[in-house]
Design a protein around this ligand. Structure first.
Ligand SMILES: Cc1cc2nc3c(=O)[nH]c(=O)nc-3n(C[C@H](O)[C@H](O)[C@H](O)COP(=O)(O)OP(=O)(O)OC[C@H]3O[C@@H](n4cnc5c(N)ncnc54)[C@H](O)[C@@H]3O)c2cc1C
Length: 216
């Protein structure tokens, strides 16, 4: 089983980094093949545009999806995109580790989505959802939130699965991935070190059986 873990956090001593390192260690020890994309560490440039390509097919009018289709045929994606696309194609399970920013992913991860999942390669006319290129693969979010769990209710911030729906449905399932239950750590800054250590243990336990989990 091959797992890709993507980390979007700028601080290597952060709790997100601890969750990420724990995942890498646990999965490797359990015999999984693991590849990673530590986006801040590799200096991933998240602004999607003409620089996604080494050469443009239409220099008069830039249209990203058209250029993506051409780039696939002509091998003209920039090298940072090629490296990330290869990892996504390689993996059976994809995990994204990130702090919740404005009920969404941090900008560096949003840029990674915008650049990596190109038309023609990861989706196309009729090649979405159950017919997507990534059918048979699984994907999971591992998220930390500053807010407490009790606030993630319908009456307050909204249910966490509703907040994550645009990623679960609009990215993972759109591309054909099966979505696994998200791993969410709430109030992480307000917990004691012992409570956070407990969360790391729970994460480890879950990862050991991740290949047996079914859809959300
Ligand atoms: C732009 C922005 C938008 C935001 N939007 C939202 C939002 O919409 N909703 C929301 O709920 N929150 C939001 N937040 C808060 C954010 O989600 C949290 O600050 C973040 O999830 C905390 O995770 P962290 O890894 O950065 O924590 P850190 O501050 O890195 O870690 C918390 C504590 O854990 C400790 N730690 C590190 N490693 C370990 C270890 N191995 N064992 C035990 N303890 C350890 C650290 O030393 C630290 O004391 C937002 C924050 C920003 C900056």
């Amino acid at each position: 089983m091959k797992v890709l873990i993507v980390l979007a956090h700028p601080e290597e001593k952060s709790f997100n980094a601890a969750l990420y390192q724990q995942a890498v260690k646990t999965l490797k020890k359990a015999g999984y093949e693991v590849r990673t994309s530590d986006l801040y560490k590799i200096g991933f440039q998240p602004v999607s545009g003409k620089e996604n390509f080494t050469q443009l097919n239409n220099t008069e009018f830039f249209k990203q999806q058209d250029e993506e289709v051409s780039a696939l045929q002509q091998n003209t994606f920039s090298s940072d995109i090629v490296a990330e696309q290869e990892k996504v194609e390689w993996c059976d399970i994809m995990i994204w580790q990130f702090p919740l920013y404005w009920f969404s992913v941090p900008a560096i991860l949003k840029g990674w989505i915008d650049k990596v999942f190109s038309m023609g390669k990861f989706y196309d006319n009729g090649r979405i959802f159950d017919n997507g290129f990534s059918v048979g693969k699984k994907a999971m979010l591992s998220v930390t939130a500053g807010g407490p769990e009790k606030n993630y209710s319908k009456e307050k911030y909204g249910d966490i699965n509703a907040i994550l729906f645009p990623i679960h449905r609009g990215v993972f399932e759109f591309l054909g991935f099966s979505t696994l239950q998200p791993q969410v750590a709430y109030s992480v800054e307000r917990l004691s070190n012992e409570e956070r250590a407990l969360l790391l243990n729970k994460w480890t336990e879950r990862l050991l059986h991740i290949d047996q989990e079914n859809n959300l």
